[in-house]
Structures are given as C-alpha cells and as structure tokens.
Design a protein around this ligand. Structure first.
Ligand code: WTA
Length: 651
C-alpha cells in the first residue's frame, strides 16, 4: 500500500495491547478464563448456558459419541423464547432490537416487544399453513425485517428454517428446497440492489416448477407494482394479508436441546452443496456466549454486522447472538456503494454504531476507495471493530484500525465456519494483545491444533492443517440426509479430530495465522464456492467438453474464479463464448459464482496419472507464465506450456 503510515506500523511489527479505556470497561478482563475453561470445559459451557432459560434442565452437559455430540442432554428450551420473551419482563422490553435501514433509505425500528409480537403472529400464520414441529421452511428473502421474523417464528414452533441467500439462482434455490424437503417457501416480490430490482419471486416461480414438497408460498411486498409478479391462487399468499388476520399470542414450544433448528447450505468439495445441520441448545449457548465475549456488548450499545443473513455470519451474529444478548442490532438491506461510496459510514454516524463487524473484502474495497469517504463522517461512536470470512492481510487490518477505528478500537479477527456455528478462534478484546493478520488463539473452552499429514502437531511457524480436537456446543450435528458424507468430509482424515479444511500455522508466541483453504473450496469475497460446483455448471452447457476451475488471487476479493474450458468439436472459442459460459454459471448457481476469467484450451493439462495440473493452471491464470491472458484461444498453447512446465518445475 502506498500509505506510509501503514507501512511504518507494519514494519515495526507492532503489537496492539487493549487500549486502557477499553480494557477498564470490558466484560472480560481476566486471562484466567482460558485456564478455567481448560480445566473443566463442560462445567465452563454449563455455567454460561445457565444464563439462558431452559424449560427443563439437562441431565448431562455433553454426550460425545464421535462424530456425534449431544449438548445439554434431555434439556428443553426454545431459542426464540430466549431471544425475545426472556427480555420482556425487563427494561429491555421497549428497547430497540433491530434498527433496519432499507437500501432506498426507508427505516423501521422494532423493539423487543414489537419483534415478539410480529414473530408470534407469523408463527400463527405458519401453523395456519400446516407447518408443524420438525417441518422445514425455506426462506428466500432480501435483508428486510421479515427475514429474522420468519426465522424466529419457525424456531418458536419447532420448525426448522433453511435460508437461501437472495443472490442464488432459481436452480440453486430449487435444489436446496428439494434437499431439505421444505413445506413452505417465504419470499418477496423482489429486493433492492443498487436501485435495481432483484426478481426473487420470479426466480421462486421458476424454482417452484420442480419442488413438489412446497405446499404454500408466502410473499412479502417489498417492491410493489414495479415488481410485476404473478400470484398463483391457492399456492401464493401475501404476507401482509395473512398477518392482518393472525392471532397475537403464540406460546414458544419447548423443544429438546438437540431439536433441529436450521439447515444452512454451504459449498464443499463435491458438486452438491451440503446442508449443514444445527440444533437448538448448544448453538444457542455458543452464539450467546461468543457474542457477549467477543463483541463485548454493553446494554446501550448499537451493534452492526454487515453480513447478509443468507450466510452463517448473519444467522449467528445478526439474528441469534445479538438477540439472545438483548442487544440493539442495525440491519441494512443494501450495498456499501449505493447511492454513494460512504453509505456504511453514513449508517455508522446516523445510528451511532459502537461495534461493527464486517469482512476483509469490504475493507480492501474501502481502502481502494480511499479514506475520504469515512473522513466525511463522525465515526467517534465506534469502540470495537470485527472481521470475518477470510484471512485479513495486515495492510487491511491496519487501514481498518487507523481510518475506521481512529486508532482507539481493538480489531477482533474472528475465525469460524458454517459448520462451527460459532466463532472459535478470536481475540478477546479486553485481554488479547493483537497482531495484525492473526486471529490470535482459540477461545476459552475450544481446543484447536495444527497438525501435519500424519495428524501430529507441527512446530512453531510450520504450516499444517487446522483441526479441532474437542467438541464445542454449536458444532454441526451432521449433513442433512447424508451421514456418510459427514463422516468422510470432516472426521476420516484425522481420526478423532474435526478437519476444518483450512491451513494454518502457529508462531513462536502461539498465535494462530490462517493460511486459507487446503481443499477444493474457493473463498471469493468471503463466500465459499466449490470448484467442482462451478465445473459442473460449466460442463452442463452443451458446448463444453471438459472444465477445470481454480481460485486465483485477487486484490479485493481475496480469490477469484478462473476456469479452463475445452469445447466440444464445432464450437468456437472467443469473447462471445466466454460471455455465454459466464452467463450459464450465473444461471446455474448465481452471480457470486461468475468466473472472473475463462480460458479455452484444446486439452486440460494432466499429469501422466491423469490428474489435472492445477498449479500450472494457477500459474497461467495469474499471469506468471504468459502475462495477462483473457482468453487462451490457441489449443496448443497449454499443451506446450505443460511440457515446458514439467521440465522446469517437474510434475
Ligand atoms: C474462511 C464464514 C481466515 C476459512 C464464517 C473458513 C477465515 C471459511 C476467517 C468458512 C478468518 C472465515 N480468517 N479465514 N477470520 N473466517 N474464514 O462457512 O477458510 O462461509 O474455513 O463461514 O472461511 O466460510 P463460511
């Protein structure tokens, strides 16, 4: 980066102690919490879980029959009760739970009492549509208050939600609905994105042609006339009509601690997305505790997580964690650059945000736009900054610290996954000395290790695989409907340990540095995409014979998708073909999977044993071998390169 101040800070190898003003008031200040938890992890988790409401207490904290854990065995609880009802008899009753801002600038504030009422009413709506405990409800909504309301209404009656990110295509939506066998779909007439309408209902209509399990569709009116949608009598119902007739009271149903709470689909190493299963009690305790410790929320804080609820970050740290803590959360519908590049900072100023949680890719984008946008706003309310989703490069960390945090706010770099449900590696802002770029260490009660191929711990500064060696409360309970894949994906590689799919190293101080995925998963702007998913989408096109997809480094997104494609006889490579194939991937998966580059080749370079030479492809795509390539039209080029490469690097 050209900024000398940032360079200087990094060159110093500077460490950042918790600022005294911060530490003095932090909820956690005593480092002995790590040892306490280590001594008795189960007792540790039980004591935090006791801060929540249980209709029936547990008989045992943990039952561990690898690879299956049960937490808070035999207990009965309800996460919506804990997120809402538990606060109603307290001064939080009329406190803002969600302060929502729509992309066009419309606003809505829901107090805990308001949210409780809306959730209860919608729970009655779901019951009226025949939804029962254990049923699955699919949710395909923009970032509007109806999204958390729908999720909490499901949880209130023991139904499981499966939220599908609004950027997914009709086909992706269809596959997820079918895998979950959802009974009801909740969607909207559309969503706003940079002033344009995202046609959610039209995508849903297309998906619904192939989803026999869906009996009813509830449609939120977000756009109005301009959405020009079609309502199918008998199947489709307007949200506001159903709500107008819904009864106000709906008791939260006490469910077993291991009752299915939600399924969230994420990419893995095969073409088929995995339905990650989360259950109630442990997930509740885990998200409650981590929100409280890491974001250090105070009663009057305003907290803002900028993620989309379609991803796990939104589930755990917009909806469940903050509401379980009785916090006030900002929720924003749109993008950071609409209508101007200072929108985030305008929101921070307007709502007096104290704690902000965002992604490294966003921070790198802000760096590119320059510090004048944040400078135009009063950001003095900020007290703590968080990041998640991918490794944060030290330059971005320091930029965030300096230009957003005014050099007074700790930065919590939080590592976790859809599968882990809760943050597992992160600083505790009142305790931990920070090093830019390191997620520091495993939280109290969490056991992380870095191991070599043989599963043995590696030494300081040696790279290895990040594994988790003890169960944790919010861990996934499986892959929906696929126990074999669960075993094989996470537990077979290193027996007795959960394999994260991430590479990492520990430095001489024991700090953990994440090094990115070691499997076939690409992390594009913090979104997980499987190479095989994109390859399947490409070969699905009639012109494509074979495709290989790799992740290449990208300044802003961290990684971008590059595809090498061989066409079937009679199809011409060229810019038109590139566009067609990009469009095809968008149609099959969604815009988030659009390849950045497509290169044509007569044959994919393979080793003698038939393995695709992904390293060679990466070197070509990143321009190390050929310079800037947009399309590689000459079929012989890659073959020639392969030969040269084999000579130089060896296969
Ligand atoms: C990556 C998002 C480095 C990692 C919560 C992980 C990170 C994957 C960090 C999970 C971080 C997430 N530092 N890498 N602080 N946070 N990752 O399931 O590769 O969408 O395995 O969950 O993101 O992505 P997922």
């Amino acid at each position: 980066m050209s900024d000398h101040a940032i360079e200087a800070l990094l060159l110093e190898g500077r460490r950042f102690e918790p600022p005294e003003a911060f530490r003095a008031r932090a909820a956690l200040r005593d480092p002995r919490i790590y040892e306490d938890a280590q001594r008795d992890p189960e007792g540790f988790w039980a004591s935090i879980a006791r801060e929540l409401h249980w209709f029936r207490p547990w008989t045992k904290v943990l039952e561990w029959a690898p690879p299956y854990a049960k937490w808070f065995v035999d207990a009965r609880t309800n996460i919506a009760y804990n997120a809402l009802d538990r606060h109603l008899g307290t001064p939080r009753r009329n406190k803002a739970a969600i302060m929502w801002e729509g992309e066009p600038g419309d606003e809505r504030v829901l107090t805990y009492a308001d949210l409780h009422r809306e959730v209860s009413k919608f729970a009655n709506v779901l019951k009226g549509l025949g939804v029962r405990s254990g049923d699955r409800v699919a949710i395909y909504l923009p970032m509007i208050p109806e999204l958390p309301i729908a999720m909490l209404a499901c949880a209130r009656i023991g139904a499981a939600h499966t939220v599908i990110f609004g950027g997914f295509s009709a086909e992706a939506l269809r596959d997820r609905i079918n895998d979950a066998q959802a009974k009801v779909l909740i969607t909207a007439d559309g969503g706003w994105r940079r002033g344009n309408v995202v046609p959610l209902k039209r995508n849903a209509d297309e998906a619904l042609e192939g989803t026999p399990s869906i009996q009813h569709v509830v449609v939120v009116r977000r756009i109005g006339e301009a959405a020009a949608i079609h309502i199918r009598e008998g199947r489709d119902h307007w949200w506001h009509r159903l709500m107008a007739d819904a009864a106000l009271r709906c008791e939260a149903e006490p469910v077993d601690s291991e009752h299915l709470l939600y399924i969230l689909y994420t990419s893995g190493t095969t073409g088929k997305p995995k339905g990650i299963v989360h259950t109630t009690g442990g997930y509740m305790a885990g998200t409650y505790a981590t929100t409280k410790w890491i974001f250090d929320l105070r009663e009057d804080d305003v907290y803002w997580c900028t993620a989309d609820i379609g991803w796990v970050t939104g589930h755990s740290y917009i909806v469940y964690g903050p509401l379980l803590n009785g916090a006030t959360a900002v929720m924003y519908e749109g993008t950071p650059d609409y209508p101007e590049k200072d929108r985030f900072w305008a929101i921070v100023e307007k709502y007096g945000v104290n704690v902000i949680y965002t992604a490294p890719t966003a921070i790198r984008t802000f760096m590119k736009w320059g510090p004048d946008h944040p400078r135009r706003h009063d950001l003095s309310s900020l007290r703590l900054l968080g990041t998640v989703g991918e490794p944060i490069n030290p330059e971005a960390w320091v930029w965030y610290y300096r230009y957003i945090g005014g050099e007074r706010c700790p930065v919590v770099d939080t590592w976790w996954q859809t599968e882990t449900g809760m943050i597992l590696i992160s600083p505790l802002p009142g305790i931990t000395t920070l090093k830019p770029g390191s997620a520091t260490r495993a939280l109290p009660g969490i056991s992380a290790e870095i191991v070599n191929e043989q599963g043995r711990p590696v030494g300081p500064n040696e790279g290895g695989y990040l594994v988790l060696t003890r169960p944790w409360p919010a861990m996934l309970r499986g892959i929906y409907g696929d126990p074999e894949r669960y075993q094989q994906q996470y537990w077979n590689r290193f027996p007795g340990m959960y394999f994260t799919g991430d590479g990492a190293k520990r430095d001489e101080d024991g700090y953990i540095w994440l090094l990115g995925r070691v499997d076939d998963v690409i992390n594009v702007a913090g979104h997980r995409i499987g190479t095989y998913e994109v390859e399947s989408a490409l070969v699905d096109h009639p012109s494509v014979a074979e495709a290989a997809v790799i992740g290449v480094s990208h300044d802003i997104k961290g990684q971008a998708i590059a595809a090498f494609v061989t066409l079937k006889e009679g199809n011409a490579p060229g810019t038109e073909a590139v566009e067609t194939l990009k469009q095809h991937v968008v149609k099959k998966i969604g815009a988030l999977a659009r390849p950045e580059q497509i290169l044509f080749t007569g044959e994919l370079p393979k080793t003698r044993s038939g393995k695709i030479m992904r390293r060679l492809l990466r070197d070509i795509a990143e321009g190390r071998i050929m310079g800037d390539t947009t399309t590689l039209a000459d079929p012989n080029v890659v073959e020639a390169l392969k030969n040269r490469y084999e000579e130089e690097v060896g296969s």
